[in-house]
Design a protein around this ligand. Structure first.
Ligand code: CTP
Ligand code: CA
Length: 257
């Protein structure tokens, strides 16, 4: 399926893909989870390997076989996913957050299995998880500012060690990750919600999935609209998750070129 012109267009690039759905422990045997299968993230990892990229796949509770040629890091919770993604993103050209990250986790995890008693159960109190996609955008923005400040200081003849370090870290191509891609599943006001989400999270591309009609969760097919930070949109008709993945990598490759 990979077109001739695409074959090696990600050669020399390091990309990070998150896949699956996080689990937030209630006690040693129970968790709060979601319906993400990991199929879309795994399709993204496979197609990136096929196009020549070095791929780190951060997989949350996925039962699919490891894609050949990708480095797979297995995690369970949102906080573990965050640590793995941020570490891999340090040297990444692109990060694609296809994982379904739990927005909340129980405040406390019981060390022992919660038992029934004659009384009604205690409520489960929740706290917010870190927003990994937003954090990636913030890390990059901070690096860009440090780089600009360093460059300005250097330009003014006050070359600081800090400025040099920032410039070195940013590299010739700008701060990493150079391209940040989010996914979103919306049910109403799909495009308006997607646009607001892209801006809120500071990502470059947001893949807005259509939910329902046997699409998305656990199915081989997907349909989506990709919104770009510049205000554009690219429609991806219903088709295999591999095809959607290839369109995402086309857009990423364009931005990296
Ligand atoms: N995401 C993330 N960290 C979170 C929640 C979401 O990195 N704690 C990422 C997802 O991987 C996805 C994107 O953000 O790429 C959008 O997720 P979504 O759940 O649609 O966005 P939220 O900001 O959580 O908004 P909502 O209230 O609609 O769930
Ligand atoms: Ca969410």
């Amino acid at each position: 399926r990979v077109l001739a012109g695409r074959r090696e267009d990600l050669a020399g690039r390091h990309v990070v893909v998150s896949a699956g759905g996080t689990r937030e422990a209630i006690d040693p045997v129970r968790f709060i989870g979601n319906r993400s299968s990991g199929l879309q993230g795994y399709a993204l990892a496979r197609t990136a390997v096929a196009r020549g990229a070095e791929v780190t796949l951060v997989a949350a509770n996925v039962t699919l076989p490891d894609p050949a040629g990708a480095k797979v890091v297995r995690v369970e919770s949102a906080r573990q996913l965050r640590d793995a993604v941020l570490a891999a993103a340090e040297h990444a050209d692109a990060v694609v957050m296809a994982a379904a990250v739990a927005d909340f986790r129980p405040v406390r995890q019981s060390d022992t299995k919660i038992k029934k008693s004659s009384a009604e159960p205690d409520p489960i109190h929740l706290v917010k998880n870190p927003d990994i996609l937003a954090e990636l955008g913030e890390v990059r923005r901070a690096r860009l500012e440090a780089y600009a400040a360093g460059a300005a200081a250097a330009g003014g003849g006050r070359e600081t060690g800090e400025g040099l370090a920032a410039a070195k870290e940013a590299g010739a191509d700008g701060p990493r990750p150079r391209v940040i891609v989010g996914f979103a599943a919306e049910t109403d006001d799909v495009l308006a919600n997607g646009r607001a989400k892209l801006e809120r999270k500071g990502c470059d591309l947001l893949v807005v999935n259509q939910v329902g009609e046997n699409l998305a969760f656990g199915t081989p097919d997907n349909a989506a609209v990709v919104l770009t930070a510049e205000g554009g949109s690219v429609e991806i008709p219903r088709g295999p998750k591999e095809d959607l993945a290839d369109v995402v990598w086309d857009l990423v490759a364009q931005r990296l070129a």
